[in-house]
Design a protein around this ligand. Structure first.
Ligand code: CO
Length: 402
């Protein structure tokens, strides 16, 4: 798949083509250079879905509950993605038969897209693979993504870390399991569900959860509610989804308040720039770590060769001088290999440039420049940042510009 095919794929994804979505997810799961390029393209266009993690011990009825949640979201007219991380599958894609069986419940409805993933053997770790599948689903316009895992291992806890809201599903008669879960999963739960609550003992589990909450350190602003459900009949699902929405609103509210303090949105770590003598020599380590080079490029006017390795929501950028008489060449001669700059993404890069200039911040660029890939950037001098060369990165050239 080359650049042209990726562009075509993106067009089909944006149009909501479900077969393109299935193909894109497979490409991403297979990994490699093409996957990296596809992910990068998805990241550029993807909106942000509400990601709801659903976890709990085996036999808690998570799949049935997730299906009911998907059904509820469909009744609200939402498009839904489901990522089911299944530790019993020996390899990625191994649960496809399971997907087909589950999809039958949504026969003829493209509004629910289900993908199962193995939790072992995924390249670069299952959490990363799941994150990438989420990004593809977001690029395809899925509004809510339900991430289902069995909350037992470290992998699964990491997968749950991808979620905005985490639902922990328990059932009556598992007092011991509640005890064993408290180390990892209890802390990340935003909402507790007592499923199969028509059975005896629901009261007892609920009491144990409430007792345990006293032990879990208080988190500001949100006390995890306990919701009783019977997933097989759909009972309590309405209440659960209302709790999910309240929690999401609470968390987004907190994020917005933090973001507003800066007055400029979209602040996030974009990449770390690492100066190396040779990309060919240095990339081996990062690839052994499980990262994949998504993009290589020589920037003539900077006399630098770069390789990008996506890392979660951000990237590592390896920088190699093409001439000794260049910024990176001089840096290497003076300081040797090492962390060269930290790059922060911002939504309004022109406003940021103006604001920092107005505040007398020492910049290392005389204007907002355009990189070869079309993104825009400028540098802030280490004298103003506590000794770190800071790159501010914005999105592509505004329409009519350059
Ligand atoms: Co950079």
């Amino acid at each position: 798949m080359g650049g042209f095919e990726i562009a075509q794929m993106m067009e089909r994804l944006r149009a909501g083509d479900v077969r393109a979505l299935a193909r894109a997810v497979s490409v991403v799961e297979d990994g490699g250079v093409v996957a990296g390029e596809l992910i990068a393209a998805c990241r550029e266009t993807a909106g942000r879905a509400l990601r709801v993690g659903v976890t709990g011990p085996p036999g808690a009825g998570k799949s049935t509950l997730v299906d009911q949640m998907a059904r509820w979201l469909r009744s609200e007219g939402q498009s839904v993605g489901v990522v089911a991380v299944d530790p019993s599958s020996p390899y990625t894609g191994g649960a496809l038969l399971g997907d087909r069986i589950r999809m039958q419940g949504f026969a003829g409805d493209d509004g629910v897209f289900i993908r199962s993933m193995a939790s072992r053997g995924a390249m670069g770790g299952v959490a990363r693979a799941a994150a990438e599948v989420c990004t593809v689903m977001e690029a395809a316009g899925r509004q809510t993504i339900l991430i289902e895992t069995v909350g037992v291992g470290q992998d699964e806890v990491e997968v749950i870390g991808l979620a905005d809201v985490t639902v922990l599903v328990l059932v009556p008669g598992m007092g011991d399991e509640v005890q064993s879960l408290k180390a990892g999963v209890m802390e990340v739960a935003d909402i507790f569900v007592v499923n199969k609550s028509d059975r005896g003992g629901a009261e007892l589990v609920e009491q144990e959860i409430v007792a345990m909450q006293g032990l879990v350190s208080e988190r500001s602003g949100w006390v995890p509610p306990v919701v009783r459900t019977v997933a097989t009949t759909g009972e309590g699902v309405q209440e659960l989804m209302e709790a999910v929405r309240r929690c999401a609103a609470e968390k987004v509210g907190r994020r917005v308040r933090v973001g507003d303090a800066g007055g400029t949105g979209g602040l996030r770590l974009d990449h770390l720039g690492v100066a190396v003598k040779s990309i060919a020599a240095a990339r081996g380590f990062y690839e052994a770590l499980g990262l994949v080079v998504s993009h290589e490029e020589t920037v003539e006017f900077e006399k630098v060769k770069t390789a990008m390795l996506p890392l979660g929501e951000s990237r590592i950028e390896l920088l190699e001088a093409t001439e000794e008489d260049s910024t990176i060449g001089k840096y290497l001669a003076k300081r040797g290999e090492g962390l060269h700059h930290v790059a922060v993404h911002v939504d309004g890069i022109d406003a940021m440039f103006a604001r920092l200039t107005a505040q007398g911040v020492r910049l290392a660029s005389d204007a907002v420049r355009v990189g070869v890939g079309g993104h825009r950037y400028f540098f802030v001098h280490p004298a103003s940042t506590g000794g770190v060369l800071l790159e501010i990165v914005g999105d592509g050239v505004p329409e009519g510009g350059d």
